[in-house]
Design a protein around this ligand. Structure first.
Ligand code: ASP
Ligand code: MG
Length: 404
């Protein structure tokens, strides 16, 4: 009998009614003669509430106690699921991370799973039981509870699939899968049937809503195929797998857009070693996430312009840091809110020439000005005025045949 790992997200177990539905889904796999390992997140909103409580107790709440506190939501949902399965006549029980144990390394709040003891779970599966395992938590070498980052039950599921050599790993959530672009921004967005790990990681702004990015990295390293689907509607979802498993005739798999970016330009900075590092060091110290960075070639070899983008909410802090940084010299400092980054993503562009041109021509046809360009092997991003972002998204979606 093959093993299948079924993971349920917070919204899938958000109410008692939904938990009953989840037990229904689990029982279908059990009846199909799979050995089923269930992983659950906390009921939606619960983890946030617990985080809030910790802050009310102390601004410097102990990190070890934080992990013990915020991982408690998973105990509740797992017991409720197991209880419902027992009610339906199945053999089931909840397992907390320490009871297995699931071993983690690293700092509190952000540990990584490195080992899972299989013995007890295998024994239980062989007896026909359905183990319901808490996602998000583990224990460290001191037997303290740890958590593996917000949204971490995805990574728990991937690691369980890895250690138990599961045939399938299915992530049940509140969306039907990964879309070619955000369906809230473009009605024509289509569900993607298959996507590579790399594309999924690049689709950060789309993908991150569906799965925790580090869990996709875990899946990629361990070659675990993931299926993301809705727990409310019984329809095929999106499979995330390695590139060589994908026979795809589309060049572009998806388009992502941001809508809340700001652009900063330092005009006339010295063109010499160490300048860029001097500019970005205090930003990184202040945890300001810099996204696109472009430096012009300097026509005279003395001065150059440097442009970068950040989230709009970091703009005033960035302005302050740059103005106070006396070790950088520049002629002018320019800031612009209201820019949007549009990225086309697809492994197909590696082997298809002319994708860059097609993207630029499509925007040119709409008279949309490109302010900054950056590329990776499987992604081309442009920065444009925010007011054009919807139009750009629609035009590119059509150009690369994602409407169909
Ligand atoms: N309950 C945890 C959180 O809210 C873990 C998860 O949802 O995956 O972050
Ligand atoms: Mg989640």
């Amino acid at each position: 009998m093959e093993i299948v790992v079924l993971k349920f997200g917070g919204t899938s177990v958000g109410t008692i009614e939904k938990i009953k539905k989840v037990a229904e889904i689990i029982s279908i796999y059990r009846k199909k003669k799979y050995k089923v390992i269930v992983v659950s997140s906390a009921m939606s909103g619960v983890t946030n509430e617990l985080v809030k409580k910790s802050r009310q107790i102390s601004e410097n709440f102990s990190e070890a106690e934080y992990d013990s506190l915020v991982s408690s939501g998973e105990q509740v949902s797992c017991s409720l699921i197991a209880g419902r399965l027992i009610h339906k006549g199945f053999k089931s029980r909840s397992w907390l991370a320490w009871q297995i144990p699931i071993l983690t390394k690293g700092i509190h709040k952000n540990s990584r799973i490195y080992q899972i003891n299989k013995k007890k779970i295998i024994q239980y599966l062989n007896q026909g039981g359905i183990p319901v395992i808490t996602g998000f938590q583990g224990i460290n070498e001191k037997d303290r509870l740890t958590t593996i980052g917000r949204g971490g039950s995805d990574a728990s599921a991937i690691m369980l699939a890895k250690f138990f050599n599961a045939k399938r790993c299915i992530i049940y959530t509140d969306v039907e899968g990964v879309y070619t672009t955000d369906p809230n921004k473009l009605k024509k967005a289509k569900k993607i049937k298959v996507i590579s790990y790399e594309e999924m990681l690049e689709m950060a702004s789309l993908g991150a809503k569906v799965m925790q990015p580090v869990s996709i990295q875990d899946a990629r390293l361990n070659r675990i195929d993931i299926e993301v689907k809705s727990s409310f509607i019984n329809k095929p979802g999106t499979t995330i797998t390695k590139r060589s498993n994908i026979i795809n005739n589309k060049i572009i798999t998806g388009i992502s857009s941001t809508h809340n970016d700001a652009k900063v330009t330092l005009v006339g900075v010295k063109d010499k070693p160490g300048v860029a590092a001097t500019i970005f060091k205090p930003l990184s110290k202040n945890l300001i996430n810099v996204d696109m960075v472009v430096q012009n070639i300097s026509p005279n070899g003395k001065e150059t312009d440097l442009t970068f983008t950040i989230k709009s909410e970091d703009l005033s802090k960035t302005q302050k840091i740059l103005k106070e940084n006396t070790s950088i010299n520049y002629r002018k400092l320019l800031f612009e809110k209201g820019v949007s980054k549009i990225s086309i993503i697809g492994v197909g562009m590696i082997t298809t020439p002319g994708v860059t041109y097609r993207m630029f021509q499509t925007l040119a046809n709409k008279k949309i000005n490109i302010q900054v360009i950056s590329t990776s092997e499987i992604k081309i991003s442009v920065l444009i005025n925010k007011k054009n972002s919807k139009e750009a998204l629609a035009a590119l979606h059509k150009e690369f045949k994602l409407d169909k």
